[in-house]
Design a protein around this ligand. Structure first.
Ligand code: XIL
Length: 402
């Protein structure tokens, strides 16, 4: 343990550039994988097949993650293109890679409104625009579709890759900012109990995997969403305001909490809540430790876990980041990771892409340059802050154990 600690310290102190990965690291930059194992943390990266087929990106993944999340391959559309056709090949490739390298997988995601196949939802989730399409399903039919999809997909992985997919995002983005249910095809045709049904089907198909509701929480102020509060100690803070993360006046959070409370009380199978963690530099939604402590508190009081499932911090369109932006980015990553590590009921942090080059919003004016690692494989300041947070987690655990 101490050997790793010093190795990491050396790496952090002496190296601020270089590329990552087994092939290039010549034993000097260790990567975070072993540390994650040592800290009992699931440290994951979202990947597409094009990433895992690229030797440089694969090396970065293997060196730094002990968990993999197919960014798209397990979504309804790619996996279930026709009503009677399942195409597991892309997702299987990623899950097999994880299995071969003794990594686990988060299954993302079973029930969502986006990236749906045309046979199910011709508008692929944007059905607010074309409500007439909803009429093609009855409630019973759509429940049957959902049951078949969840049983087949979860069952396929349980049977063919036992124990590899340890967590499923059963339902994704079910609530709107104002706390109301998002009017998806599932909500409109099946009704309020679609979430409950999805969790029950998932539990039937895999009694062992942890089942998550995955939701926005601390993100998207620039998408017109909420502010959690501001850290008066943060130098870039735009001003102090009351901490509001107890959920009472953050409608979506309150809705998630109410749903989770109801599920736990009625014995609906749910194990955790995923909070995505999509952030932007210099935004008002600073990831305050106090906010996460509250989050950890109410989830824990329900006996639930929470996880950071899609962490990224966009730099707002600057091809060359300023030092201040890179610092802000690094601190946001660090605060989120530290919050999870400090919480008893959070053991999973997933970064939503391996490097800037393959981030899904690469060309988006807001969200680009949002990862820990540059296009050329060079770790950014944010990488070292995350690494340091991981090492600190290991250190503080070893102090507690003594
Ligand atoms: C994104 C993928 O990364 C992209 O490749 C795809 O084009 C769109 O979806 N919230 C989620 C993820 O839950 O599934 C999304 O992933 C990012 C936002």
């Amino acid at each position: 343990m101490m050997r790793h600690f010093f190795q990491a310290l050396l790496a952090i102190l002496f190296l601020s550039s270089g590329t990552l990965g087994y092939t290039q690291c010549d034993g000097v930059i260790p990567g975070m994988h072993e540390f994650a194992d040592e800290g009992d943390v699931n440290l994951g990266f979202a990947v597409n097949n094009s990433d895992t087929n690229n030797p440089d990106l694969l090396a970065i993944l293997l060196a730094n993650g002990n968990m993999v999340v197919p960014a798209n391959a397990l979504k309804f559309g790619p996996l279930h293109p026709e009503r009677d056709v399942y195409n597991f090949s892309s997702a299987d490739q990623i899950v097999a890679l994880a299995q071969a390298n003794r990594m686990t997988v988060r299954g993302h995601t079973l029930v969502w409104h986006l990236q749906a196949p045309a046979w199910l939802d011709p508008a692929s989730g944007w059905l607010d625009l074309t409500p007439q399409w909803r009429k093609r399903w009855t409630r019973d039919e759509l429940i049957e579709v959902m049951r078949d999809h969840i049983h087949t997909v979860v069952g396929h992985y349980r049977e063919n890759f036992p124990g590899v997919i340890t967590q499923w995002d059963v339902v994704n983005e079910a609530f709107r900012t104002d706390g109301s249910r998002r009017p998806t095809i599932w909500q409109q045709v099946i009704g309020d109990d679609y979430i409950e049904l999805a969790f029950r089907f998932a539990r039937e198909a895999d009694p062992d995997a942890k089942l998550y509701l995955n939701e926005f929480y601390d993100s998207s102020i620039s998408l017109g969403e909420f502010v959690l509060g501001r850290d008066p100690t943060y130098e870039n803070s735009l001003g102090a305001s009351a901490d509001r993360s107890d959920c009472s006046d953050v409608p979506r959070c309150a809705a998630v909490r109410a749903l989770a409370t109801d599920f736990v009380q009625r014995g609906v199978p749910i194990d955790g809540i995923g909070f995505m963690g999509h952030h932007f530099v210099f935004n008002d939604d600073w990831p305050f430790p106090a906010n996460y402590e509250r989050l950890a508190g109410w989830t824990k009081s329900l006996g639930l876990s929470w996880a950071l499932t899609e962490v990224d911090v966009g730099l707002r369109g600057n091809a060359v980041a300023t030092p201040a932006q890179e610092r802000d980015q690094a601190l946001r990553f660090e605060k989120m990771v530290t919050a999870c590590m400090r919480a008893e009921n959070c053991d999973t942090v997933v970064f939503w892409a391996l490097t800037d080059a393959v981030h899904w919003q690469r060309s988006d004016e807001f969200w680009d340059w949002a990862t820990l690692i540059r296009d050329n494989g060079e770790p950014k300041l944010a990488y070292w802050h995350v690494f340091a947070a991981l090492v600190e987690h290991i250190r503080s655990r070893s102090v507690e154990e003594r």
